[in-house]
Design a protein around this ligand. Structure first.
Ligand code: PRP
Ligand code: URA
Length: 215
């Protein structure tokens, strides 16, 4: 699959195992997703481009690096919220946009109920990272990318915990030939398949319900 990076990291694998375990409590689930958000942020942030700047230390003038790109974090509500903290803590200059989507239980199509995006002048210099723990049919991610492309943004990445092959294929079929500056998907595992209700197997169950205790 083009542009898909499967993150290989012993701590990521360890925490993912905690998340998959059905005996993990909602409180452990939440704190583990939070820990994952720091690991994933540090891996994703290698994409950012720094620019050389001249600064003066208390002793002398020297060169340093500063990030000049606009960065927008875009968690897909609800479960994407769980992945946000590490990203914002490691780079507090990032803006946070929100999109509210839920999957219709019958059709599995995403239904939008909320969207808020910062007013930015320089679209070309803006990088957006969509945060969503689960890529199942791919419908939610496809909807969000289409929305952003229609707004004129094309530097878009996605960070997730688990993906189904069906969802990654659907994203590739939809955007494989889209002209874009960069378009990367980071995931911690490509699982086996979807079940007939659109859940990832073996997966971790319903991420939003486990995170917010709404089972
Ligand atoms: C889950 C998950 C993704 C979506 C993935 O959200 O957090 O957003 O499903 O499925 P897809 O790839 O088939 O679109 P859900 O609709 O359960 O809403 P929630 O986060 O509010 O629980
Ligand atoms: N959404 C989830 O939370 N889990 C799945 O397995 C699929 C979609």
């Amino acid at each position: 699959m083009k542009n898909v990076a499967v993150i290989e990291h012993p701590l990521v694998a360890h925490h993912l195992t905690v998340l998959r375990d059905k005996n993990t409590t909602p409180s452990e689930f939440k704190s583990t997703v939070d820990r994952m958000s720091y690991l994933l942020a540090s891996i994703f942030y290698a994409e950012l481009k720094g620019e050389k700047v001249s600064i003066t230390t208390p002793l002398k003038t020297t060169n340093g690096t500063r990030i000049k790109q606009n960065l927008v974090l875009l968690p897909i509500l609800r479960a994407g919220l769980g992945l946000t903290r590490g990203f914002i803590d490691l780079y507090p200059e990032a803006r946070i946009s929100h999109i509210g989507l839920y999957r219709d239980e019958e059709s599995l199509k995403p239904i939008k109920y909320y969207f808020k995006f910062p007013k930015l002048k320089d679209k070309k210099n803006t990088k957006i990272v969509i945060l969503d723990p689960m890529i199942a049919t791919g419908g939610s991610v496809i909807f969000t990318i289409e929305y952003l492309l229609n707004m004129g943004y094309n530097d878009i990445s996605v960070v997730s915990l688990l993906s189904a092959p069906e969802g990654l294929k659907a994203i590739d079929n939809r955007f494989g030939n889209t002209e874009r500056k960069s378009f990367n998907i980071y995931t911690c595992s490509i699982d086996q398949k979807l079940n007939d209700k659109g859940y990832i197997l073996p997966g971790l169950g319903d991420a939003g319900d486990r995170m917010f205790g709404t089972l």
